[in-house]
Design a protein around this ligand. Structure first.
Ligand code: MN
Length: 313
């Protein structure tokens, strides 16, 4: 997915204050015709481990309408993680990959130095669409790797307490995802078939967020529903989760990145010059990003850029 607007260009001159355990509210954002809950980045928290962008959308009734329509757009410096709870989405990229994704599967696109992709509801498509679009910031040593795409049709799944745990990135509950990762990371979906309670073991070197995609839960003692994000700082051995029957939750975390990210539009970089150069390359149709074949329609134009407003943190 893409940030069609340029609202990641947040003014970051205010001092940073982050509590060890806190709940924050999503911002509403528009991605084409879809309204999304944007849980990250936050003004005061740009990343959690390497996770630097968290959109939760739906469940949306897309029966007989276009559904998701995100035209070709570029990325640098990140991995996109696509995970569905309901529906289907077709991915096409400038490496020539064309891949349908369905619930329980992972599409992982490593942008590295540059890639372009489009995502759309296929025709015909399932009547409901519900999912998350996540970005992982690549660390300094890996952020210019060659672009790549992976589809994982099945991911390791097991139990933690009463919760069903499916691990799509890194390791959780003793299960490891086969997906390529470049830094210490965890990404998992937690499902409660009936009312479920668990003490979820976590890596004490990692910071984490938990959020509810469906249903309701009490996380580390805080009540949460969709549209709220719980942050838990490093130093914990476990996170307590109590979830109502039918709830679907996400656990994301990792070793704190310790790098100042500069995020603008669909780019994760370190300097305004890199952002300006990627924007110019996209506008020029440069081979750095290539062409996305098969999409009916024009690519997304880059929004207007004022490099003097960009600040890293
Ligand atoms: Mn995208």
């Amino acid at each position: 997915m893409s940030t069609v607007d340029a609202d990641l260009d947040v003014d970051l001159d205010k001092p940073v204050r982050c509590d060890d355990l806190e709940v924050t509210e999503a911002r509403q954002a528009q991605v084409g015709s879809l309204t999304v809950r944007r849980l990250l980045p936050l003004r005061l928290r740009r990343s959690v481990g390497p996770w630097c962008f968290v959109d939760h959308y739906g469940p949306a009734d897309v029966d007989g309408v276009a559904g998701m329509q995100v035209p070709p757009h570029p990325h640098i410096g990140l991995q996109t993680v696509t995970w569905l709870l309901a529906g289907d989405v077709l991915h096409r990229d400038s490496l020539g990959n064309e891949q349908m994704i369905r619930p329980g599967q992972l599409n992982l696109m490593t942008a590295g130095r540059g890639i372009a992709h489009a995502e759309e509801s296929p025709a015909p498509h399932q009547p409901w669409l519900h999912g998350v679009q996540l970005w992982v910031a690549l660390p300094e040593a890996s952020r210019n790797v060659a672009p790549a795409f992976e589809h994982h049709a099945a991911l390791p799944a097991g139990r933690a307490g009463d919760l069903q745990v499916t691990v799509f990135m890194g390791t959780a509950a003793g299960l490891s995802s086969p997906a390529t990762a470049y830094s210490g990371i965890v990404g998992a979906e937690l499902a409660a078939g009936r009312h479920a309670a668990a003490a979820l073991p976590v890596d004490p070197e990692f910071e984490h967020v938990l959020f509810v995609a469906a249903g309701s839960a009490e996380l580390a003692g805080r009540p949460l529903g969709p549209g709220r994000l719980l942050y838990a700082g490093p130093g914990r051995e476990q996170l307590t989760v109590s979830a109502a029957a039918g709830s679907r939750l996400f656990l994301l975390g990792g070793r704190p990145l310790g790098e100042r990210l500069l995020m603008w539009w669909n780019f994760v970089a370190r300097s305004p010059e890199e952002i300006a150069s990627a924007t110019a390359d996209w506008r020029a149709g440069d081979s750095r990003f290539g062409q996305v074949g098969g999409y009916q329609g024009d690519p997304l134009p880059a929004p207007a850029l004022d490099p003097s407003r960009l600040r890293a943190r």
